[in-house]
Write a protein that binds this ligand. Sequence first.
Ligand code: ZN
Length: 86
Amino acid sequence: MPIYEYRCSECGFQKEFLQKHNDAKLTTCPDCGKESFSKMLTAAGFQLKGSGWYASDFKGCPAKPEAKAEPAPAQGCNGCACAGNS
Ligand SMILES: [Zn+2]
């Protein structure tokens, strides 16, 4: 089921809803009750950008163990040829 993000233009209330394709759109803000609740566009391109950066960052470093991936890529690659490059 897709997740839709809704936002109220009156009070700024924001919430994600799981909705089926044929579910009615929500228009009433659950916070302030006004008819200003509307669906937001999701940031679908975000993850694509992220993976592109990830791939180029680790190019030439095949020894990086996937299971022990560090949250901060700049600190990775210890002991392989690309260590100290950045
Ligand atoms: Zn509202």
